[in-house]
Design a protein around this ligand. Sequence first.
Ligand SMILES: Nc1nc2c(c(=O)[nH]1)N[C@H]1C(S)=C(S)[C@@H](COP(=O)(O)OP(=O)(O)OC[C@H]3O[C@@H](n4cnc5c(=O)[nH]c(N)nc54)[C@H](O)[C@@H]3O)O[C@H]1N2
Ligand SMILES: Nc1nc2c(c(=O)[nH]1)N[C@H]1C(S)=C(S)[C@@H](COP(=O)(O)OP(=O)(O)OC[C@H]3O[C@@H](n4cnc5c(=O)[nH]c(N)nc54)[C@H](O)[C@@H]3O)O[C@H]1N2
Ligand code: SF4
Ligand SMILES: [Mo]
Length: 715
Amino acid sequence: MKKVVHAACPHDCPDGCAVLITVEDGRATKLQGDPEHPITRGFLCGKVAKYLDRVYAPDRVLYPMRRVAAKGAHGDGAFQRVTWDEAFNEIVARLKQISSEFGPEAVLPYSYGGNIGVLNGASMDRRFFHRLGASQLHRSICSQAGEDAIISVYGRKMGTEPEQFRQSRYIIAWAANLHGNNAHLWPFIEEARRQGAKLVVIDPYRTRTARLADWHIPINPGTDVALALGLMHVIVREGWHDTDYIARYAEGFDELEKRLPEYPPERVAQWTGIAKEDIERLAREYATTRPAAIRLNYGIQRAQNGGAAVRAVCMLPVITGSWKEIGGGLQLSVSGGFQLDRAAMERRDLMMKSPLGRPARTVNMVQLGKALTELDGPPIKALMVYNSNPAAVCPEQHLVRRGLQRDDLFTVVHEQFFTDTTDFADLVLPATTFFEHKDLVQAYGHYYLQVSQQAIDPPGECQSNVEFFRELALRMGFEDECFREPVDAMIEAALASGAPQLAGITRERLENDPHVRLNLHGDGDSEPWLPFANGFPTPSGRARLYDKDLISHGMDPVASFTPPEESRHSPAGERYPLELLARKADNFLNSTFVNLPTVQKMEPHHDELEIAREDATRRGIADGDRVRVFNDRGEIFLRARVDGAVQAGVVGARLGWAKLSDRGLNINVLTSARLTDLGGGATFYSTLVEVERDAASDGGACRGPRRATSTGGKG
Ligand SMILES: Nc1nc2c(c(=O)[nH]1)N[C@H]1C(S)=C(S)[C@@H](COP(=O)(O)OP(=O)(O)OC[C@H]3O[C@@H](n4cnc5c(=O)[nH]c(N)nc54)[C@H](O)[C@@H]3O)O[C@H]1N2
Ligand SMILES: Nc1nc2c(c(=O)[nH]1)N[C@H]1C(S)=C(S)[C@@H](COP(=O)(O)OP(=O)(O)OC[C@H]3O[C@@H](n4cnc5c(=O)[nH]c(N)nc54)[C@H](O)[C@@H]3O)O[C@H]1N2
Ligand code: SF4
Ligand SMILES: [Mo]
């Protein structure tokens, strides 16, 4: 028996790929990108192309496991296999006891982007925690500053569709690592370039995209607000702005104009490290080559001033009127186009039925370390982790680990692999991959909606997030009907929001046609869609160049440049003079895929610190030396790669699993839990460090990638 199943990749990636899985006798034997999907166009990224290795990995979690060794211990002998029944009984007993002794807010869910499927990302889990009265998690670790900022200017997270980049004549990839993080936009850009378009990359790191671009502009980290305001300074000074579009569709242009004299190119050059002539040229080319599109990505908003940065960049296509043109505008996230019924999925109203009878308090996920060690109010006594690997991805790793190490903390981790976080779990529960469950999948980089079909049976005793939280709710005695809602009914409910974008899009239709574009024009028209050609979904119908609500956040209601506290422009720069780009790896997905040998081979430089020659020479560091990278929060050891992809003053390193790194710690030992100006987001890219040659290592080379020891998932 051979069949081809249509699935959709639910990993946290803008591309939302359509995946064809070949199944023979119940076993997946091949996968490929759907050639007919308008964005996937027949290819998958390198890591997901190797997905059979992940699904059938020998070290997958296949059965519920209970810790029998001290917290922190992993490998053989750390866990013992238990039945699902035993696991559920223990969880129910502990949650009930903790809720009655400390109140339900002593329970904290912790999830993020492991699976961004509509159901497995946020549905039954949220219902469960809302009904319980658990603390709410502010899911801010990735994009909150940028999301709040784009909404502040445009009213909704929408932008240029990827297909339209082929019509652009000037493309700026602004903090957008296209080859690494957004590979399916690249063919559209190549198509544009064949017709004469120019590609400009603004990134402190020389990504592969930067190397292939027509112009790479390395910018000092955290100074994009100044650059965007400087560009607007030149554009308005030269009269290249679109006065008609601004008059109709923007508010606050007068206030913006008053800011601009503070950002002449000479001054912006000092902050950004970009020559003033280049600022003039970029402004001229961007404003006068039409249509011009900006692919802005979230890298820009992981700086302390990230909210202001995204606001300022989002203003550019407003003042040039670029939103009127096919192939113009900007894309950050387009997820606001989908308008699914999230309220029906998440059921926040259930908090009123919890013992609290009110909305529970909110804990910021970026500050997990603090929450586990020194929170005001009820202490966190139970932590339920799924779709996330906080021991690797969270900043202030030492504090996070100290919290996770607490013996009085009951930690449950629902996972596919024995990650850094399962090293601290009391119970590890086996989770399905997207091959093994059904879901509805949207995207944040295009406007197509997909039903992802289940291709194979779950291996071992794996359960999806939906089924795990459904059963847990029933065993807790929650009687509400929503906990019995079948998966198909949930998909139908998500689609039944009544939004015009979803008119005529039913579950049946999605099951038969895997290439359904949202009804963007509201009338089924498949023409290119210009989201903001005729105004913005704000109360006034205009883009907010001035947003008075920002004042209550202590922000400039327009946008102005304040250097991050950890940057070379701040006093802290004297002690720790190097700005660390604590980046994602091009072939991993945050901390996912890191443990797979075939994927490790694609990422041979993962344990390196990239450093400019002059910074290395000044410190007596040669290529290949083992170096200590440190600040007040801690130290890690990496291998120096001199003349990597960074300019002087900046060093770069990659995110991976802590336990596969030297001394069992990764770069998040060095990053801070300081929050962004807007949205309470993470500031991974506002990190100062110093680097020194590690004399102790003379003769001994740094260890290469290691494999996690199997914890005997097969029991
Ligand atoms: N291969 C791969 N793909 C991924 C991921 C992954 O880990 N690996 N992660 C996924 C996730 S969770 C996300 S959120 C998306 C989005 O991914 P992004 O948020 O776009 O990814 P980053 O790589 O963090 O940032 C993009 C670029 O911004 C640059 N940058 C850093 N600081 C600054 C700055 O101050 N100014 C400017 N101009 N640029 C700066 C970085 O050097 C980087 O090249 O990618 C997704 N796709
Ligand atoms: N230094 C530094 N730190 C960063 C970043 C950075 O650029 N630099 N990026 C940040 C960003 S943008 C993000 S989004 C976060 C990402 O942080 P996380 O959302 O924690 O993402 P991952 O590290 O990919 O871990 C996701 C985990 O979910 C598991 N998983 C996958 N599917 C399922 C499922 O269906 N069910 C269950 N139960 N589990 C599943 C995977 O096996 C994986 O271990 O990291 C942040 N941390
Ligand atoms: S991770 Fe992104 S590029 Fe790779 S298959 Fe999934 S959606 Fe496509
Ligand atoms: Mo992210």
